[in-house]
Write a protein that binds this ligand. Sequence first.
Ligand code: ATP
Length: 253
Amino acid sequence: MQITPSDLGLIARAVGLTKRYGSAANPVTALDDVSLGLRRGEFTAIMGPSGSGKSTLMHLLAGLDQATSGQVWLGDTDITELPDAALTVLRRRRIGFVFQSFNLVPTLDVEANILLPFELDGRKPSGIERAWIDELVDALGLRARLRHRPHELSGGQQQRVAIARALATKPDLLFADEPTGNLDSRTGREVLALLADAAKTHGQSIAMVTHDPVAASFADRILYLSDGRIVRDSVRSTPEEISSYMLAMEAAA
Ligand SMILES: Nc1ncnc2c1ncn2[C@@H]1O[C@H](COP(=O)(O)OP(=O)(O)OP(=O)(O)O)[C@@H](O)[C@H]1O
């Protein structure tokens, strides 16, 4: 009998993941034979210097790009085997995204932005999903803003809308790409605390790409990338510990 990622308590798994860009004569290896498992219900940060392969890894795990070789599973689905149309549906239904630039639809109000994943899936939220969205709206302090459009909100409020939208469908895995990159440090910390709480209270699995030691200190686990390889897999650490490891890594490069 084959052991599945779920048997191991993993929500995502990569084996031998390699991504090369450029021509055969001049290849750039962005990711070099990376194997990892993301544990269900855990908040994992993916850290590393600029160019270390963080975005490439996230894009491959989320099925946004194709690996040169290797395999990726989301739950027990081998996404490297899926045709494009099935991958699009899987992303819509099972993956959430939060980006540095919020990516809200400017013409829609807050409520319509939060409901967008259902709209795109051609359905209305069920009663249970409605109740969950209500809970999110309150927990994220968006109740008084539902009729506002994104340009009427602060950056922190816009990111909270993006988080509500990403969590509304209870995705198997939430990817956050530098989610605090456009926020001041206090607002950034609030957003990070919300993500950490989603993992702790609701068992939400989260993978966050960042180069910010403070952001990574909110995660349960930190994976460090350097030159396309995972060079360290660490438990929760303080910003100071993370900074000094990053400095040592950069000095050794
Ligand atoms: N489309 C592409 N074509 C060619 N090379 C690429 C492409 N995308 C990324 N690379 C290269 O792959 C390597 C890893 O890039 P990646 O964007 O994954 O790094 P990163 O850690 O996310 O960096 P940053 O923190 O600066 O966003 C880099 O050397 C980059 O130049």
